[in-house]
Design a protein around this ligand. Structure first.
Ligand code: IPE
Ligand code: IPE
Ligand code: MG
Length: 241
């Protein structure tokens, strides 16, 4: 049995729109409040010595939203990179973006690459932002890159030789938190969440705080991870079987 350790948390940050509605405000107001939540959670994870945090910020399906909302979200990403990258760098946070970035405009792409390159040697929290990300896209894109790389050289595909082509390698989340009540993955890291512990809360993303994060971590610490095996105290000798 693996020892209880929490090094990687992933979060589906949901509920910005409902939070805004509850406050009698347009959805954009909720998305802005959601950025403040990101700040709170990033700091809280750093303090708790979490090594990696992966945030689902824009899914490959979110393009279906009205144009004005998509435009607002993309400009909010640009604005937030401008506002927060320096502070994240000062806090030794390494920023990484995953997703089909090729569909973004060159202005946003430039900011993304600059943020990644500025923080690439940082050694505290690794912060992954999933934007224009879809789990199905990730798997298909990896297959295509694997084929193009010609790395197989006649060998069959295995989880071990396939995984290095995925968006995040060697670091599946230990705990996935989804805010705002729905209990679904919404196409978020389908491969990487295969054995992740799942935690759902009704708390809307803009309302998330350290206490909510600690509730999720407490839930995780109470679970027994078995990865298909059985617990040691259930193992009896072969004669007794
Ligand atoms: C999550 O909040 C933010 C994004 C998906 C970009 P929503 O915008 O989905 O909020 P609800 O689900 O409508 O409340
Ligand atoms: C999931 O939230 C995507 C992100 C948080 C970025 P959605 O609000 O898009 O999910 P659905 O549509 O309710 O499944
Ligand atoms: Mg939603």
């Amino acid at each position: 049995m693996s020892p209880k350790k929490i090094s990687h948390i992933s979060i589906i940050m949901d509920g910005n729109g409902r939070w805004a509605k509850n406050h009698g405000m347009p959805r954009a107001y909720g998305h802005r409040a959601g950025i403040k939540s990101i700040n709170r959670v990033v700091s809280a994870c750093s303090v708790r010595q979490i090594q990696e945090l992966t945030l689902f910020a824009f899914s490959s399906e979110n393009w279906k939203r009205p144009d004005y909302e998509v435009k607002f979200l993309l400009s909010l990403f640009e604005e937030s990179i401008d506002l927060y990258v320096k502070e994240l760098d000062d806090n030794n946070v390494r920023i990484n973006f995953i997703g089909n970035l090729s569909e973004f405009n060159s202005k946003l792409l430039k900011k993304i690459h600059a943020a990644e390159s500025l923080t690439k040697n940082n050694t505290n929290l690794k912060l992954n932002f999933a934007i224009n990300y879809g789990g199905k896209w990730d798997i298909i894109d990896s297959i295509n890159r694997m084929i193009t790389s010609k790395s197989l050289d006649g060998k069959i595909v295995t989880p071990d030789n396939f995984e290095p082509f995925l968006s995040l390698q060697g670091s599946s989340p230990d705990l996935l938190i989804r805010t705002a009540g729905h209990q679904r993955l919404s196409n978020f890291m389908l491969w990487q969440h295969a054995y992740t512990e799942l935690y759902f809360t009704d708390c809307l993303w803009p309302d998330i705080n350290e206490d909510e994060l600690d509730l999720a971590i407490k839930h995780y610490l109470k679970t027994t991870r078995k990865f298909g095996a059985i617990e040691e105290y259930d193992i009896i000798s072969e004669e007794d079987a």
